[in-house]
Design a protein around this ligand. Sequence first.
Ligand SMILES: NC(=O)C1=CN([C@@H]2O[C@H](COP(=O)(O)OP(=O)(O)OC[C@H]3O[C@@H](n4cnc5c(N)ncnc54)[C@H](O)[C@@H]3O)[C@@H](O)[C@H]2O)C=CC1
Ligand SMILES: O=C([O-])CC(=O)C(=O)O
Length: 341
Amino acid sequence: MFSARQIFAQVQRRSFSASSRQASKVTVLGAAGGIGQPLSLLLKLNPRVSQLALYDIRLAPGVAADIGHINTKSEVRGYDPTPSGLGEALKGSEVVLIPAGVPRKPGMTRDDLFNTNASIVRDLAKAAAEHAPEANVLIISNPVNSTVPITAEVFKSKGVYNPKRLFGVTTLDVVRASRFISQLKNTDPASENITVVGGHSGATIVPLLSQSGYNLEGEQLDQYVHRVQFGGDEVVQAKGGAGSATLSMAMAGARFAESLLKAAQGQKNVIEPTFVDSPLYKDQGIDYFASNVELGPNGVEKIHPVGKITDYEQKLLDVCLGDLKKNIEKGVKFVKENPGN
Ligand SMILES: NC(=O)C1=CN([C@@H]2O[C@H](COP(=O)(O)OP(=O)(O)OC[C@H]3O[C@@H](n4cnc5c(N)ncnc54)[C@H](O)[C@@H]3O)[C@@H](O)[C@H]2O)C=CC1
Ligand SMILES: O=C([O-])CC(=O)C(=O)O
């Protein structure tokens, strides 16, 4: 005879293995880069991923051969930049992560990457619109505040735009905000979850510490906010010209992909911060904004409002909105003026 508790445990085990058996193809575009390689490694370790497609303009088959030896079940394939390679990498994909593009060097802002990365993202977005129009598309390439609108414009031009399935990955800002407060307060960083809203560059990154019950003041608050807003610069400086955050970003990207897959496979209350097509500031002409978003089987399930904030945070938000508007307009204008082939 089984007890009620044993039967419940069995049902739970079955439903977990059923959900982890669901086929989920995940594609990484830019898979051989500083972010792409560790991100692909972490995705290979994720039992929710059944197929991993790795694409880059160089070295993707090599990275795939290497990662493919890891003894987890997912099939890994690398694709060269042949005309059919990109299409095959994308076909049937449920989640497409895009970390393709150049990183910053000391002295550069993320916006300085626009001239190179805008056309890379535009062209990869075109391929995604054609070969994986229903996938969740996760934009990592900077400047995220502009590359997300670029992707949206491309999908719109192809008639397949679904605002619920396009995400700018801002997870790293929350990861940093949580780590940095834990260092100040001697708490467990894994239990911290500081809300960060706005966008993903400098002053557009707005940590809302008050919502976690913290009330830093004066210089300590200024320094904390500055560290969260310019955490990326810390890494760029420390790497001395060899790139920007790659390992922490891979962790953040893998966490976001895992959240999307969990939500797609039926888990409730999965909430992540992300830069999405958002109603929150559309009345001010700002079509995209990062806030906490509940994820579901259709992608975006519910966009959380910013909520109660202090006067100090409101001032940060006002600055953020001004910058964000310009970054978004720049991306939209780029696609209109440079539709590509
Ligand atoms: N959203 C975020 O929080 C973060 C974003 N980033 C951004 O991620 C991007 C990538 O950074 P890293 O991996 O460090 O750069 P990386 O230079 O190490 O790697 C980029 C990869 O993209 C590939 N690539 C270039 N053009 C391509 C194309 N047309 N198709 C496919 N692949 C292509 C390159 O061959 C290279 O392997 C940068 O723009 C960086 O600013 C970096 C950290 C955090
Ligand atoms: O700082 C950079 O250029 C890369 C990035 O977005 C980050 O680390 O947050």
